[in-house]
Design a binder for this molecule. Structure first.
Ligand SMILES: [Zn+2]
Ligand SMILES: [Zn+2]
Length: 143
């Protein structure tokens, strides 16, 4: 994917991608910095995120919590040409986690005539699975 865009898979790019892919939810810029143990400087992380976002490998989620978060993009490997797979985002008010709900259909929206959609940004707010069913939940451990 990077090669297709004439970009090299540099160690910082690989590291940022690894953090995003291994996380179970979307991550913030500071979390990526921390996960890299400061081996990658702030500007490089910032630029790397921008590049990865530009080529459609990752996406940025705004408006869920106080800061933007990043997640890997799913769907076809050439997101730019095949169209980014629109999906719901879920913001947990308890743990502040942002989750991509990739497999859940988007609600269909009927727009007034002559409106053209370029992007859909839908964020549901509530409590995530983990917060709803903590491991010490007696109901679950009994299973
Ligand atoms: Zn939660
Ligand atoms: Zn997402």
């Amino acid at each position: 994917m990077l090669k297709k865009h004439g970009l090299k898979l540099t160690p910082p790019r690989l590291k940022v991608l690894e953090v995003l892919i291994s996380a179970d939810r979307a991550v913030t810029y500071s979390e990526i910095l921390e996960a890299n143990g400061k081996t990658v400087d702030r500007v490089t992380v910032y630029r790397t995120l921008k590049i990865l976002e530009d080529i459609g490998l990752i996406h940025r989620i705004m408006g869920a919590g106080d800061v933007p978060v990043y997640a890997p993009s799913t769907g076809k490997d050439n997101a730019r040409q095949t169209g980014f797979k629109a999906h719901l985002h879920f913001y947990c008010t308890k743990c502040q986690g942002v989750f991509c709900l990739d497999d859940h259909a988007m609600p269909s929206v009927i727009l007034p005539e002559a409106y053209q959609v370029h992007a859909i940004n839908l964020i549901l707010t509530g409590q995530c699975r983990v917060c709803n069913f903590p491991v010490n939940n007696p109901g679950l451990s009994a299973l």
